[in-house]
Design a protein around this ligand. Structure first.
Ligand code: NAI
Length: 334
């Protein structure tokens, strides 16, 4: 069976091939790798493939799914947890098998959220460059002690819990908000309404999925409810935050710091080397002008351990599809 892997980077090839040798032994799975992202123009590359294997910025809307189905594709294997880029109703109507990797080293993303907070708070990115140039001045590097501060976790699922545990361990007061609270959160912090979380937290960290309900969860109104000078951290999905509202809040100095690993329009930018190009995204370029903004290019998941888990679980999902078995990681509409 051939599987078309879209948005394939060298690390995807390495970890999928290693997993195929272990988990796929005796199965005759052949991965065909394409650098291109999946969209209506590239769907034809999946010719002769029974499945496609995709990532966060591949586009699986109704026209793409119909094109894939017409080529004979019957399965969509997501190499990620989020599935907001898949039109599930269309996939269901076409009878496509859609499976994801619901959990892989949640600590990897939580630790990246911490890295963003620590970098932005203690200016280690600036200190690194300064010291290498022989500048040992401390002006401009003043941070805040995090011990005793309040951290609000929006979404207390796997990654939110892992993040909450880290900040609790640092001596922070942890607040959580989630319409389906996790019982495991009880021993870490208090569950509160979103408004209370926003108004009490020195750091607000987003860990909920992107759905129609959570689109622009952070907008002008919610930013106005945040503690003046607070830090907003988003390692979840770019669409949770209204970028223009955040720029307004940074300009008015209401928002103290912004750390993001995901960006609303990231599909045109992330996972590519655009260092020699003119970046035609005014909002992104504006964000880059703020000294109190830190952006990474969706690397929260990017650890050896997480990539090994993603590949192993993807192979398991593929094996379930090939055998016509029940698959616990299947995603259905509704
Ligand atoms: P999860 O499904 O374990 O937890 C998500 C939680 O959000 C659930 O408890 C759910 O009840 C809650 N939630 C839903 N709607 C909410 C709302 N309106 N307000 C507050 N909470 C709400 O998911 P997990 O594994 O913790 O992942 C969270 C998100 O992290 C994913 O949806 C994905 O978008 C993102 N992610 C980012 C990665 C990166 O590399 N930056 C890697 C992996 C995931």
């Amino acid at each position: 069976m051939q599987i078309a892997v879209f948005s394939a980077r060298p690390y995807d090839r390495r970890f999928l091939e290693e997993a195929n040798q272990r988990e796929g032994a005796g199965q005759d799975f052949q991965f065909v790798y394409f650098d291109a992202a999946l969209d209506v123009h590239t769907a034809a590359l999946a010719q002769d493939c029974a499945a496609v294997c995709v990532f966060v910025n591949d586009r699986l809307d109704a026209p793409v799914l119909q094109a894939l189905h017409a080529l004979g594709v019957r399965a969509v294997l997501l190499r990620c947890a989020g599935f907001n880029n898949v039109d599930l109703a269309s996939a269901n109507a076409l009878g496509l098998f859609v499976a994801r990797v619901p959990a892989y080293s949640p600590e990897a993303v939580a630790e990246h959220a911490l890295a963003l907070v620590m970098t932005l708070n203690r200016h280690t990115h600036r200190a690194y460059n300064r010291v290498r140039e022989g500048n040992f001045m401390l002006d401009g590097l003043l941070g805040r002690t995090l011990h005793g501060k309040t951290v609000g976790i929006v979404g207390t699922g796997k990654i939110g819990l892992a993040t909450a545990r880290i900040f609790r361990g640092m001596g922070c007061t942890v607040l959580g908000h989630d319409p389906y609270p996790s019982p495991a959160f009880a021993g870490i912090g208090a569950m509160v309404e979103l408004d209370e979380l926003l108004s009490r937290s020195d750091i607000v960290s987003l860990h909920c999925p992107l759905t129609p309900d959570t689109q622009h969860l952070i907008d002008d109104a919610s930013l106005a409810r945040m503690k003046p000078g607070a830090m907003l951290v988003n390692t979840s999905r770019g669409g949770l935050v209204d970028t223009h509202a955040v720029i307004r809040a940074l300009k008015s100095r209401r928002l103290g710091h912004l750390a993001i690993d995901v960006y609303e329009q990231e599909s045109a930018l992330f996972f590519q080397d655009l260092s020699g190009e003119i970046i035609d995204d005014e909002a992104f370029q504006r964000l880059m002008t703020f000294p109190n903004v830190l952006v990474t290019g969706h690397q929260g998941f990017f650890t050896v351990e997480a990539l090994q888990e993603i590949s192993a679980i993807t192979l398991g999902n593929l094996a379930d599809f090939a055998a016509g078995r029940e698959c616990g990681n299947r995603v259905a509409a509704g």
